[in-house]
Design a protein around this ligand. Structure first.
Ligand SMILES: Cc1cc2nc3c(=O)[nH]c(=O)nc-3n(C[C@H](O)[C@H](O)[C@H](O)COP(=O)(O)OP(=O)(O)OC[C@H]3O[C@@H](n4cnc5c(N)ncnc54)[C@H](O)[C@@H]3O)c2cc1C
Length: 488
């Protein structure tokens, strides 16, 4: 019996779990996928929005502004890459200027600091590769970029070190009220009992409401596709470059990432199947065309991969954070589309406090410090590299050549408090496979590390959980048969 069960291990669920781990309470996170950070939290723009886009008085505005305020300190505490690079929302015509002025006024009302309107000449000095068609822009100095998965993993690890339990590959498919709280069905005959539930189920939040017999909430899955360009000494833009927003969202942006890549996207397409993260040619072409408005010299020569994320767009266009009416002792963070990544720390803080109030929880007198990840090998100088190799010879084995990731780092990711168990989980924790060759070189060595650590045959190593085995038994059978046939 847990005090609190959090449904969903995205950035919001992990932020909630981390804050709850500061209280004297037993906490579990139930995630239907093979790892945390498998939903929208792994496939977004990584922008810590300043807070000028959301309508005044909305939950989005409130949580965005507070979350963005918390983010620099939180990232420093957890050792997560964060950069305060600032954002520019560019107008390309005089009618768009009035929208820029509206955003400026709205941002001030929302309490966002460091906003000003920049005229064309200054704008082109700030960002020389910007289209000369730009008229003016809103500069948001407090906007930043973060690694969304590293933030999620670090919060999950910190929660786990402080007592939260993570149950992966468990989908909550039913909920029964008991005299002590709730009994959640999580597959087969298994169930989890708890006093209070917090739903952080992303694009599936509406279905979770239904499980608890509460009023439904319509969530429209809205997909966006991206181009990721290889990292360079200096990405083409230092600021996050937005276009003037439309009713479908913030438009296609061009932004550096915390690892020095250039990211282009996302589009906005309403889809039926919330789990469909396909990148269609049509949307990719749209993204390219729109991005060229900002960056006319854009070339796809260094495009290393494409991906898509699905926003949980609530019909009423605002976050739902708090108690679910009609379901006792069930809280939620639903309809958390953008700026949900920016808002996550604030949502965690607020929902944990509400849960503590409802269950009369007290704060722990002390908490364990976060597990500090070692400095990445690729960022070490020669002396540091020599010392690292002396202490652990596996630092001498570079597994991913594109990103310079060593076997020691891959092993460490398999031993984190919420450990990597799949190829993609290692990729997101270490960057092995994120480079130009997209794991063409390192895949087999990463698979070997997983097989060794988990004590399983290579045939059971998966890309991202059951059903995604990379070298399943039957391939071995086929190869053996081919070899035999060749011999005969
Ligand atoms: C294209 C795109 C761009 C974005 N850009 C930005 C940005 O730049 N800045 C920003 O602030 N925000 C951005 N966002 C929004 C941000 O990514 C999301 O708001 C945030 O990731 C939501 O986190 P979450 O934890 O609520 O959802 P998710 O990350 O989707 O996590 C929900 C989890 O719940 C699990 N789950 C669902 N149902 C069940 C069940 N029945 N049982 C168990 N587990 C379940 C899922 O498997 C999933 O892991 C963007 C989103 C998208 C899609």
């Amino acid at each position: 019996m847990y005090d609190i069960a959090v449904i969903g291990g995205g950035v919001v669920g992990c932020a909630v779990a981390r804050e709850l781990s500061r209280y004297n309470a037993s906490v579990c996170v139930i995630e239907r996928q093979s790892d945390v950070c498998m939903g929208a939290s792994k496939a977004n723009s990584g922008i810590v929005h300043a807070g000028f886009d959301a309508a005044r008085g909305s939950m989005k505005a409130r949580y965005n502004v507070r979350g963005a305020e918390m983010m620099p300190e939180l990232c420093a505490f957890l050792g997560v890459p964060y950069m305060n690079n600032g954002a520019l929302v560019v107008a390309f015509s005089q009618p768009e200027r009035s929208e820029i002025e509206r955003l400026f006024a709205q941002g001030k009302e929302n309490g966002v600091k460091g906003l000003r309107i920049v005229e064309r000449d200054e704008l082109l000095l700030l960002e020389p590769k910007l289209s000369p068609d730009a008229v003016c822009a809103l500069l948001a100095e407090t906007s930043g970029i973060v690694s969304p998965y590293e933030l999620t993993f670090a919060m999950a690890d910190d929660a786990a070190v402080n007592g939260a339990q993570f149950m992966l590959d468990k989908r909550v498919s039913g909920a029964k009220r008991t005299d002590k709280g709730w009994q959640l069905s999580v597959g087969g005959d298994e169930s989890v009992e708890c006093r209070l539930v917090i739903s952080c189920a992303g694009v599936h939040a509406g279905e979770i409401r239904e499980l608890f017999g509460a009023d439904s909430l319509k969530i429209i899955p809205r997909r966006g596709v991206y181009y990721l360009l290889d990292h360079e000494e200096a990405p083409a833009f230092s600021h996050t470059m937005f276009q003037t927003p439309t009713p479908m969202g913030k438009g296609v942006l061009v932004t550096p990432t915390t690892h020095g890549n250039l990211l282009i996207g996302p589009t906005a397409e309403d889809i039926e199947n919330a789990d469909n993260t396909a990148c269609t040619n049509e949307e990719l072409q749209k993204a390219l065309l729109m991005a060229k408005k900002t960056y006319p010299a854009l070339s796809l020569r260094t495009n290393i991969t494409n991906y898509a994320g699905v926003r949980a767009h609530p019909e009423d266009d605002d976050f739902h954070i708090g108690e679910i009416s009609g379901a006792e002792f069930v809280l939620e963070a639903s309809g958390i589309e953008s700026p949900g990544l920016s808002a996550a720390p604030a949502i965690g803080e607020s929902l944990a406090a509400l849960a503590a109030e409802k269950l009369s929880l007290t704060k722990k007198s002390s908490v364990l410090p976060p597990v500090q990840q070692k400095k990445p090998f690729r960022e070490m100088n020669d002396d540091e590299r020599r010392e690292a190799c002396k202490a652990d010879a596996e630092y001498g084995a570079v597994v991913c050549r594109c990103e310079t990731i060593t076997l020691a780092e891959i092993r460490a990711s398999l031993r984190r408090p919420v450990p990597a168990r799949t190829v993609d989980a290692i990729k997101r924790r270490t960057r092995a496979g994120m480079g130009r060759c997209q794991s063409g070189f390192c895949l087999t060595r990463v698979m070997e590390a997983i097989a060794e650590e988990e004590g399983i045959p290579l045939t059971r190593v998966t890309k991202q959980g059951a059903g995604s085995e990379i070298a399943p038994e039957y391939i071995g059978d086929v190869l053996r048969k081919e070899a035999d046939d060749g011999k005969n």
